[in-house]
Ligand binder design. Structure first.
Ligand code: B1M
Length: 211
């Protein structure tokens, strides 16, 4: 078993301290940061995503694995920057205005980050202007909207409309998710796609950007 295999296993098992230690060891052994990212962290998270889709693990295990990945990534990030590794795309993600539910959005953000995307986290209760700003001024390729309440899901359409009004709708792909929404709603409000969970959100965003 190589140190990369051990790192992958640590993340899958959600052992943040093991993941941290293995990333440090892999760097000491001379592995390039992008190899550690792709063959260790990203590979582990796509494994976890698949296990979730297969019903082998559930949300808590996925969250714990994502946290382990996140901790390991904090060590790795400066090495990735130094190596000039470019993110595969930039995603601005937020829970829409009026909605304070954070957990699902965070999980989607972590899984995307674990898959090589740069994340602009706009937080919860995010007004449409924040999404417009992320596209206009921060180079977001994708706008990712989360809503958990039937009363806040209409605010997803408000974001789509605000992007149109700002003249940037064509520059960006829009994905929506959260318990009360579905593909039909995505079609209805003019979003580009819907994903039911974090792991399919990663697949959908990859598909949208062709990466
Ligand atoms: Co609230 N809440 N809550 N809540 N809460 C729900 C959503 C509710 C279904 C509970 C219920 O009544 N059975 C209900 C909504 C009913 C409805 O609208 N039809 C509800 C309500 C009513 C409320 C309040 C109005 C309660 C009140 O004050 N009277 C209030 C609203 C506050 C507000 O937002 N303005 C409220 C408050 C809260 C807490 C603050 C107490 C807390 C949130 C804490 C936090 O997030 N930091 C909370 C919680 C925890 C829940 C439940 C219990 C759990 C939500 C959660 O975190 N799930 C929830 C009931 C439930 O879902 N069983 C409930 C785990 C998470 C991993 O799943 O968020 O679904 P989820 O995310 C999934 C997918 O949906 C998807 O991927 C994620 C991972 O698989 N996904 C995306 C999510 N976003 C995505 C984006 C994507 C793609 C996929 O692409 C962009």
């Amino acid at each position: 078993m190589t140190i990369i295999d051990e790192l992958r296993e640590g993340v899958i098992q959600g052992q943040a301290n093991v993941a941290l230690e293995k990333v440090k060891k892999a760097l000491e052994e001379g592995y390039a940061a992008d190899v550690i990212l792709n063959e260790g962290l990203i590979s582990a998270m796509s494994n976890v995503g698949q296990m979730y889709e297969d019903g082998v693990v559930f949300v808590p295990e996925m969250l714990i694995a994502a946290r382990a990945m996140d901790k390991a990534l904090q060590i790795l990030r400066p090495y990735l920057v130094a190596q000039g590794v470019k993110p595969v795309g930039k995603v601005a993600i937020g829970t829409v205005k009026g909605d304070l539910h954070d957990i699902g959005k965070k999980l989607v953000a972590m899984m995307l980050e674990g898959s090589g995307f740069e994340i602009i986290d706009l937080g919860i209760d995010a007004p449409p202007e924040k999404f417009v700003d992320a596209v206009q001024n921060k180079g977001a390729d994708v706008v990712a909207l989360s809503a958990l309440l039937t009363t806040t899901m209409p605010n997803m359409k408000t974001v789509v409309d605000a992007l149109k009004q700002a003249g940037v709708r064509d520059k960006v792909r829009i994905i929506i998710g959260g318990a009360p929404v579905n593909q039909a709603y995505a079609d209805q409000i003019g979003a580009d796609g819907y994903a039911p969970d974090a792991s399919s959100a990663v697949r959908k965003v990859r598909e949208m950007l062709g990466v």
